[in-house]
Design a binder for this molecule. Structure first.
Ligand code: GCB
Length: 874
């Protein structure tokens, strides 16, 4: 070939190549550089944002009540070349919360309701070619009585928080208009260990004015890329129409089955070809052979083998991101879930990013996925319609994932009704009926659209689910049970479940939620209900695990929640965050996550000394301190400071041990045959408050737990009745809003990040003594008024919501340090904003043998005090 000809040929190929690329199907994300305005678009105040984006990542966590629930406008210019004219263009939104209107060059192209499913708009007829086109998107997360969720324990962050794509396709393509699904559905028939059949339904759209002949090519490869099936089919597409084609393959013998232990995937390739065999469109999907069933007595079965489902629930948000979380960060969650050897994941309470389901397919995690009809329904035609559409989108978009085995549609639908004391009996009856009616319809829809899946629903501890019969609609009913937290005690779980199983012997049950709140800054020797301690979390999870694994009829359990998550109205130890996670909001594991690894993982040797939160500890006298050790071993030897302390054996992954720490640095070693672990901890052993080996000392007054405080860079020790030589209260009682529930007050304390220090307090203490030597001290006292106007929180409070601003309690007291009055007529309710953390610092001179006495002299009501921090100045 001569040179000129050769280069000319290359140039021709390049130009031809480029121009042909333009008319081919393509999908491009258009996430970067949107102009965004919060509020009406007339506002000039725009900023440039990238998607994923939410406007609530900060205001859902500040001290102010509420977060922006309203409109946000996004706009962007998109260039379409003249060559793109023959293509059909869709704007594809993977998720925007919660109602979206899209405009192209000023024309309204579509509206979508619901914040957690994907949607497409065909924008072709509004596009101008050879020029820029203005795309405007209005997103609204205002409360809307016709869009679920109406009410729930999580933050409804507004915005376009998942990818936006421009999808361009030739005029014949695999459909994108069937509820934004991938345009094909994979079904299996006669699946067994011996053989398995695949059947695929494909929807093809023709946008041409005339009939067109196309071909569909389907290939299935095994995991080693060896073709297993291959088929081509001719298609005659009518003008401007959509056709459905079914392709049924003969059975495959000895299929490799999919399971958590061995998630074997086959690969499906679909191609739509024109008469010249040019590829017009294509799809790729991992598929797998597996089948599931439930039995009311024997539990859950996968491929005819019993499998106890043990796993977690997941919310999609993340510290500092709200719900606009980069997908790679989210994928890490799924890896962490697999690492703990969970075999099931409930994506609560809404469909999550499809990339995560892909990962569950690959890693072998069974998935329960659901739509967000939570706490209550609205009895309107519109609400019902939105719910139906949402469930159709949900099932059609997630249908092909082999990991998805359970489709759900409601969570705790009678929660609001159960706490409603305003409605009349007739209104309540109507609410019961309308939720039941909707459930019946959605159950029917789900069974019809997903006949090989298990239908599910979750309820809270209330007879309403039995009484109305709603619990018998789905194939599997999940109880969300919080015994030992919101309700009675930890051992009541098994009693309740046995009772339910006896009364409803045909119903299959799952424990779909359980778990206490836990904060790694809070630890104690004496864990109690509602104290948010690490130890109480361990106690509850470990007992629940035993209770569920003891019961063959229970299909399994999913912990609430995989990680801490945002719930704006909450006042847990970290306000605005639901702290029931096995991991923190930033995905740092709490100890309980490691315990699950120990108890669920029987493949790799694992051991963990569960004191990551305990870098420093103050102990009095010769006291020991209890710790937990986690391992999937039978026994281990424990060494303290290089001397053998004892041998332990593990039951359900755990061994409990009292450690006789010495003063200073201590090293604990766990050594078993296969694996070992080592931790170091700095212990301050104190016999008196002599301020010799320490210069600062803090007490978490009115509380039984240690609180590790970042702001003050100290761990406040638990309180005690006065002990000579040390410290303590002479009188007063630990304040509890509700005697058998809360430790202290579960509210956001404003003006501080040390909420647990303030939330627990002594009431009616007039004398508090500390036996400290003579000297100069800086003394800081901590106060908060516990009573004025709690924010509404049905999850925490139930009937404690009655205190209003009108019956503001007046507690007025003088504060003395020894003989000096440092504050007279202290009136917390009057002088400070609601639930405001108050800190008072004073310098005090203590004389020989005098010690320090804090006197809170009542003038009206009972005085309160939350904490004290003393620093020796010389
Ligand atoms: C539940 C709800 C869940 C809450 C959880 C809790 O039962 O289903 O949405 O977050 O309780 O922490 O109270």
């Amino acid at each position: 070939m001569n040179k000129i000809f050769k280069y000319g040929f290359i140039v021709f190929v390049l130009i031809w190549g480029f121009s042909s690329i333009e008319i081919k199907a393509q999908t491009v994300t258009i996430n970067s550089g949107w102009q965004f305005v919060l509020g009406e678009k007339t506002s000039e105040n725009h900023k440039i944002v990238n998607i994923p984006h939410t406007w609530n990542k900060d205001d859902a966590f500040d001290d102010e009540k509420g977060y922006h629930r309203g409109i946000g406008w996004y706009k962007k210019q998109l260039f379409f070349s003249k060559k793109q004219k023959d293509l059909i263009h869709y704007l594809h939104f993977k998720g925007a919360n919660q109602e979206t209107d899209v405009y192209v060059n000023g024309h309204h192209v579509g509206n979508h309701k619901g914040g957690y499913t994907a949607f497409n708009f065909n924008i072709s007829e509004w596009v101008n070619y050879g020029s820029y086109n203005l795309i405007e998107v209005k997103v609204d997360n205002s409360p809307n009585k016709n869009i679920p969720p109406l009410d729930a324990d999580f933050t409804f962050y507004g915005g376009i928080y998942r990818d936006v794509q421009l999808i361009s396709k030739p005029k014949q393509h695999i459909s994108l208009s069937d509820f934004a699904s991938d345009g094909f559905y994979v079904d299996y028939y006669h699946v067994s260990e011996e053989k398995a059949g695949v059947e695929i339904k494909i929807l093809v759209n023709n946008f041409e004015d005339k009939p067109i002949n196309t071909r569909i090519k389907v290939t299935i490869l095994d995991a080693e890329n060896k073709p297993v099936f291959d088929k081509k089919l001719n298609l005659k597409n009518s003008a401007k129409a959509s056709e459905a084609i079914n392709i049924k393959f003969s059975e495959l013998y000895n299929p490799k089955l999919w399971s958590p232990a061995s998630p074997y995937l086959y690969k499906l390739h679909l191609q739509l070809l024109d008469e010249k065999e040019t590829v017009l469109d294509e799809r790729h999907q991992n598929i797998a052979f597996r089948w599931v069933s439930v039995d009311a007595d024997k539990g859950f079965f996968l491929n005819d083998k019993p499998i106890k489902l043990i796993g977690v629930n997941r919310h999609q948000d993340y510290e500092n991101y709200g719900n606009a979380v980069p997908i790679e960060l989210q994928k890490k969650d799924i890896h962490l879930i697999k690492k703990m050897r969970a075999n099931v994941l409930r994506n609560a309470h809404y469909p999550q990013s499809r990339e995560l389901y892909d990962l569950c397919d690959k890693l072998g995690i069974l998935v329960w996925t659901e739509i967000p009809i939570v706490n209550k329904v609205t009895d309107t035609k519109d609400f019902f319609e939105v719910c139906h559409t949402m469930q159709k989108e949900h099932i059609k978009q997630y249908y092909n994932h082999p990991s998805v085995v359970m489709f759900g549609y409601m969570n705790e639908i009678y929660l609001r009704l159960a706490f409603d004391n305003k409605s009349s009996e007739i209104e309540k009856e109507n609410q019961k009926k309308s939720a039941y009616k909707l459930a019946t319809q959605l159950e029917e829809l789900t069974r019809k659209l997903a006949p090989n899946h298990i239908t599910v629903m979750a309820g809270h501890l209330n007879e309403l689910y039995n009484e109305t019969g709603i619990a018998d609609l789905p194939m599997l009913f999940g109880w969300n049970l919080y015994f030992g937290w919101y309700d009675k005690d930890i051992p009541d779980l098994g009693i309740f479940l046995d009772e339910q199983h006896k009364k409803h012997p045909k119903r299959s049950l799952l424990l779909s939620e359980y778990g206490p709140g836990a904060d790694i800054r809070i630890f104690t020797k004496t864990p109690k209900k509602f104290d948010f301690s690490v130890e109480y979390q361990a106690k509850l999870h470990q007992s629940y695990y035993q209770q569920i694994t003891d019961r063959a009829y229970m299909t399994g359990m999913t912990a609430w929640n995989f990680t801490d998550f945002g719930s704006e109205f909450r006042g847990d130890a970290i306000p605005h965050v639901n702290q029931k996670g096995l991991l923190l909001y930033n995905r740092e594991p709490k100890e309980i996550y490691h315990w699950y690894k120990a108890v669920l993982n029987n493949e790799k040797p694992f051991a963990h000394i569960a004191i990551s939160y305990l870098d420093k500890l103050t102990l009095f006298g010769n006291n020991t301190y209890p710790i937990q050790l986690y391992a999937n071993q039978n026994t281990a030897e424990i060494y303290l400071n290089n001397e053998k302390l004892t041998a332990v054996s593990f039951k359900n992954g755990v061994a409990n041990l009292q450690i006789p720490f010495k003063n200073g640095l201590n090293t604990i070693k766990l050594i078993s045959d296969m694996v070992s672990d080592e931790k170091t901890i700095n212990v301050l052993k104190i016999n008196s408050l002599d301020f010799e080996s320490f210069s600062r000392f803090g007490i978490n007054i009115g509380s039984h737990f240690y609180f590790k405080d970042k702001t003050h860079q100290i761990t406040f020790v638990p309180d005690q009745p006065y002990k000579k030589g040390l410290f303590g209260y002479v009188n007063g009682e630990s304040y509890q809003l509700n005697k058998d529930k809360h430790q202290g007050i579960p509210y956001n304390i404003r003006n501080t990040n040390s909420d647990p220090l303030f939330q627990t307090m002594l009431e009616g203490c007039t004398n508090y003594k500390l036996d400290i030597p003579k000297g100069h001290y800086k003394v800081t006292l901590f106060f908060v008024e516990p009573k004025i106007k709690p924010s509404e929180n049905i999850y925490n409070l139930k009937n404690d919501n009655q205190i209003s601003n009108n019956d503001k309690p007046q507690r007025i007291f003088d504060v003395f340090l020894n003989k000096t009055c440092i504050q007279s007529h202290f009136n917390l309710a009057e002088q400070f904003p609601e639930k405001y953390g108050i800190q008072k610092e004073t310098l005090v001179k203590v004389k020989d043998n005098e010690g320090l006495t804090i006197t809170l002299k009542p003038i009206e009501g009972k005085p309160v005090i939350s904490g004290i921090l003393i620093e020796k100045m010389n």
